[in-house]
Design a protein around this ligand. Structure first.
Ligand code: FBP
Length: 278
């Protein structure tokens, strides 16, 4: 039988994934917080996104995840220096509480391609009363991304009225398995709090790479670095981190420490003691 060549788009997807993924341990910087949370996330001395972005790109993160507008505005900082993931769903914290369970479309796969992105990202709040809308949007996004050979990252976040503890292992792995079932190429989800339970989450992903979502800033950097070590040992590809980096006293040092721990080049304690993290 004749040798069947892969679709062009499947080669493109592989190539783009290889630009984002460091198989030793991947660190992606998430920076959509101005939209998602607003000023509450930002120390008063760092309201300018440029300062933060410069520091993390300098530190050598594998990719930055930005909204379309920020990706355009700050292309002088990231282009040619790191990979880009364009997040095309979002919400504000200004909305009525019940509507914060919906992520709206804020851009398109075409925007991501125009911007030179290596992947596109969208959130699904599994369990939300708006789940239907977000899953439908997700299928449209994934389908359009497929056309271009663009990997689609899903922020698989279980949250809604039936969910008591969104970090519990059964809830997190349900969200991850659902993301797999609707065709995610990469999955970002919550940490369940310990290595053993996270292994179950990774197992539920059936080989689709899982990235831990950073979450609110821990009380000390070392606690967060220990979590990074644990998720790597559980089999996660790495982490997508925002607040634990950009709210750190020294942004660049913290980003570097995260990367070193993820690739196993430093223990959390060493990264801490060597003064990489202040
Ligand atoms: P963090 O590391 O700061 O948690 O960033 C990851 C992220 O998913 C962002 O992309 C997003 O803005 C935020 O967390 C969502 O936060 P929340 O869970 O409060 O909605």
């Amino acid at each position: 039988m004749a040798n069947v060549q892969p679709a062009f788009s499947s080669v493109g997807k592989k190539v783009r994934l290889s630009r984002i993924i460091d198989p030793r341990g991947t660190l992606i910087f998430a920076f959509d917080h101005w939209l998602e949370h607003g000023p509450i996330d930002f120390p008063k001395d760092r309201l300018d996104p440029r300062v933060i972005l410069e520091a993390v790109v300098d530190a050598g993160v594998d990719a930055v995840m930005l909204t379309p507008g920020d990706a355009r505005l700050f292309s002088d900082i990231w282009a040619g220096r790191t990979s880009l993931i364009v997040k095309i769903t979002g919400k504000t914290s200004l909305r009525p509480k019940e509507d914060q369970l919906l992520q709206s479309i804020i851009g398109s796969v075409d925007d991501a391609v125009r911007l030179g992105a290596d992947a596109v990202a969208a959130t699904v709040y599994w369990g939300s009363p708006w789940e239907d809308v977000m899953v439908w949007n997700w299928t449209l996004i994934r389908d359009a991304a497929e056309e271009y050979g663009l990997p689609a990252l899903q922020l698989a976040y279980p949250r809604g009225p039936t969910i008591k503890d969104r970090h519990s292992v059964d809830v997190v792995l349900y969200g991850v398995r659902s993301a797999v079932m609707v065709g995610a190429d990469l999955i970002k989800t919550y940490y369940t709090g310990d290595k053993e339970s996270y292994k179950k989450v990774i197992e539920a992903a059936s080989g689709i790479p899982v990235l831990m979502s950073g979450g609110p800033r821990r009380s000390t950097p070392i606690e967060f670095l220990r979590d990074l070590k644990d998720v790597r040992e559980a089999g996660a590809l790495g982490a997508v981190v925002g607040r634990n980096i950009f709210q750190a006293r020294n942004i660049k040092a913290m980003a570097k420490a995260c990367k070193l721990v993820l690739i196993g080049k430093a223990s959390p304690e060493d990264a801490y003691e060597e003064g990489i993290v202040e």
